[in-house]
Write a protein that binds this ligand. Structure first.
Ligand SMILES: *Cc1c(COP(=O)(O)O)cnc(C)c1O
Length: 361
């Protein structure tokens, strides 16, 4: 007997590989492999989460109005055009499920986030990968690849794992140039880290075919709790809400996220530290002969001389109890992605890379 066959496309999915989190036999592991906030979540989010334990017998809110209102207040957005999901991953999935099917094309870029290929395949659609220009999203390449079968274009801005981004004019040119019937999805998982950047919200407001996704997993330090959201034209949000599970988020998730987004002082402190230590780490590595593009996010993409050196450095760091991210799966086998930790973490990883370089010199 053979097992029942799944829908077309499913068996083409290579399971997502998360950042490693443990090293056998070590209890001093420094995890810089998943772009987590080194300061954890806001204490107010932890309090809200603990308080929610008193009402675990109650079903959660289905319309998420309290969290949507909070997000709307903080970001100056219409709460009726916000949808909350189990991580932004769920929003990315819902978009593919609702807007792409067999024969349709889903575009993403060469070094784009691995989830885009998965959601395209899961919907039975054809993933279309387009080149970047020196590790930066190439609007012309995307426009050249777009056809009348294009239903979705996913770009992360800033992108992971490159840390680079494109500006407002380029985003508008991309949105304007896409064929009718295609939705541009701006994955803003790292948008908070860019001063003065709205994640594409203003671009969305004048259009009916651009959506932005955001997350509580990075700046807000709630990756373990799984909360994300999307903002888009009302008709698109209405479509996604038909398919979204009515109880997709628990009350503990909703309450913690609301407390987190309202704690502006904590978020500002984390942002300031990220900026300070990101600059310090990039400069320290550059002085050792390990360059990186100017990062707009909470990680640095360190470039090594070749694949060998990157792999050897990864192994060296592991021996030192430090986990960073290999990005060969993102067509960057000569690079390592290093999350910006707290000051002690940044000093520790820089010191270890310095020792690695000295040992090889
Ligand atoms: C981390 C990340 C996300 C966030 O995923 P969640 O499901 O919200 O945890 C989305 N997109 C990119 C590019 C990311 O790096």
């Amino acid at each position: 007997m053979t097992a029942p066959a799944p829908q077309p496309g499913i068996m083409d999915i290579a399971p997502y590989q998360g950042g490693r989190s443990t090293l056998p036999g070590r209890d001093d592991v420094l995890k810089l492999s998943s772009n987590e906030n080194p300061f954890g979540p806001s204490p107010k989010a932890i309090e809200a989460y603990a308080r929610a334990a008193q009402a675990l017998h109650r079903y959660p809110s289905t319309d998420h109005v309290a969290l949507r209102t909070a997000i709307g207040e903080v970001h100056g957005l219409d709460p009726d055009r916000i949808i909350c999901g189990v991580g932004s991953d769920e929003i990315l999935h819902l978009l593919a499920q609702c807007y792409a099917g067999p024969g349709d094309e889903v575009i993403f870029t060469e070094h784009g986030f691995g989830i885009y290929r998965i959601v395209a395949r899961a919907a039975g659609a054809v993933p279309v990968e387009v080149p970047e220009r020196e590790r930066v999203t190439d609007v012309d390449a995307i426009l050249a690849a777009a056809t009348d079968r294009t239903r979705l274009v996913y770009i992360a801005n800033p992108n992971n794992p490159t840390g680079t981004m494109i500006g407002g004019n380029e985003l508008a040119r991309l949105a304007d140039g896409l064929p009718e019937g295609a939705i541009l999805v701006l994955d803003g998982a790292y948008a908070e880290f860019v001063e003065g950047y709205d994640g594409g919200a203003a671009l969305i407001d004048g259009r009916d075919d651009v959506v932005m996704t955001r997350t509580f997993s990075k700046l807000y330090g709630l990756g373990g709790l799984r909360i994300g959201w999307g903002y888009g034209p009302k008709p698109v949000i209405d479509v996604l809400n038909r398919v979204r599970g009515p109880f997709n988020l628990s009350q503990a998730q909703l309450d913690a996220a609301e407390a987190a987004v309202r704690d502006r002082a904590f978020a500002e402190r984390c942002l300031a530290e990220n900026r300070r230590m990101r600059a310090w780490l990039a400069e320290a590595l550059a002085e050792m002969g390990v360059p990186s593009d100017t990062s707009c996010a909470n990680f640095i993409l360190a470039r090594f001389a070749d694949v060998d050196e990157a792999e050897a450095c990864d192994a060296w760091l592991k021996d030192a109890g430090i986990l960073v991210r290999q990005v060969a799966g993102y067509k960057l086998p000569h690079c390592l992605r290093i999350t910006v930790g707290d000051e002690a973490g940044c000093r520790r990883v820089a010191h270890a890379i310095g020792q690695f370089k000295d040992a090889r010199a």
